[in-house]
Ligand binder design. Structure first.
Ligand code: F6P
Ligand code: MN
Length: 313
């Protein structure tokens, strides 16, 4: 049940109190809180831009940065002074940037403003963050310890997981992130499907899978923004999002490090699954910052079914 977020006569749980009660390690909870605050600055930029993307002059005649670049600057500059971050890797940068002094505990990945082209149509967009305990391209299994995303829609919401469940907060009118859904748990099976890629470019295996979902009566829900599309699966407690391998782009479209692994972490913590069709998204080794990967993510039944269809020929 969603808690009332504007009835201040009742106890509301803010983000910091929630993380403290959940036993999230102190530096990690400070970092998550700082990033949530940066979401407010990014949102302010979106408002300032008045839904225009880039190449504009402001009232002083200065060229404005594209919104995704501004969001990247906000994150990079603020994280530099957080005291907890050694390296920053972002979709907007060519390489990993050393922003700390060398002894900080965490390494951050960011898709600063995913789906930014949707701003013109006033659809929701978002920021995706991964928090690692080792350098992003280090050897071994993926080193994510927490992941979060912020959705800029009719409301600003923030979803995080620090490995102790997945929780949603809503930014209230006082500028506080207030707990709205705790320990979100996906059903075994949902009833929506959200899919990218053109039908003419699908592989036969993927086409058979989608036809199966359609026969089963799944409803199509696709906005073209990865953050709200994943958020919909999470908040509706199930269903499937896929951006598959396409005949001309066998690696699909979405980026493993910046987009897929943080979302896989959040969805797995909510009892769901994420695969590229064969392997778990979180067990795929990141060899390159911009590595792309197909994805099937959501509730267990639909993801298991995807695996069945993709591995049968
Ligand atoms: O970051 C890429 C992105 O904009 C995602 O937000 C979204 O899921 C996807 O691309 C949409 O791609 P398409 O326009 O091919 O459906
Ligand atoms: Mn993106």
């Amino acid at each position: 049940m969603r808690e009332g977020i504007s009835d201040y006569t009742k106890l509301t749980v803010d983000l910091r109190r929630h993380m403290w009660k959940a036993g999230v390690e102190i530096e990690l909870r400070r970092l998550i809180w700082q990033i949530a605050v940066m979401g407010k600055y990014i949102s302010a930029k979106i408002h300032e831009s008045n839904r225009k993307l880039a190449g504009l002059k402001n009232i002083f005649g200065e060229e404005q940065l594209a919104l995704d670049k501004s969001a990247d600057e906000i994150l990079k500059n603020q994280l530099q002074f957080s005291g907890f971050v050694r390296e920053y890797a972002s979709e907007e940068q060519d390489s990993v940037i050393q922003i700390g002094e060398g002894n900080e505990k965490y390494f951050i990945t960011a898709d600063p403003l995913d789906g930014s082209s949707l701003v013109e149509t006033n659809l929701a967009i978002g920021t995706i963050i991964g928090i690692h305990k080792e350098s992003m391209l280090a050897e071994g299994r993926n080193s994510l310890v927490a992941a979060m995303y912020i959705t800029y829609g009719p409301l600003i919401t923030m979803v995080y997981s620090a490995g102790k469940g997945t929780h949603e907060f809503v930014l209230n009118r006082e500028g506080e992130y207030v707990l709205s859904e705790e320990n979100i748990t996906l059903k075994q099976r949902g009833d929506i499907y959200s899919l990218g890629g053109l039908r003419k470019d699908w592989t036969p295996e993927h086409r058979r899978y989608i036809e199966f979902l359609e026969k089963e009566g799944y409803k199509l829900r696709y906005s073209g923004g990865f953050v709200p599309d994943i958020n919909q699966v999470l908040i509706k407690r199930g269903g499937i999002f896929t951006y598959p391998a396409l005949v001309k782009s066998p690696k699909g479209k979405l980026r493993l490090l910046f987009e897929l692994q943080p979302m896989a972490f959040i969805i797995e913590q909510a009892g769901g699954m994420a695969t590229d069709g064969k392997q778990d998204i979180l067990s795929i080794k990141v060899e390159d910052l911009n590595q792309r990967c197909p994805i099937y993510i959501g509730s267990r039944y639909e993801v298991e079914k995807a695996k069945e269809f993709l591995t049968s020929s």
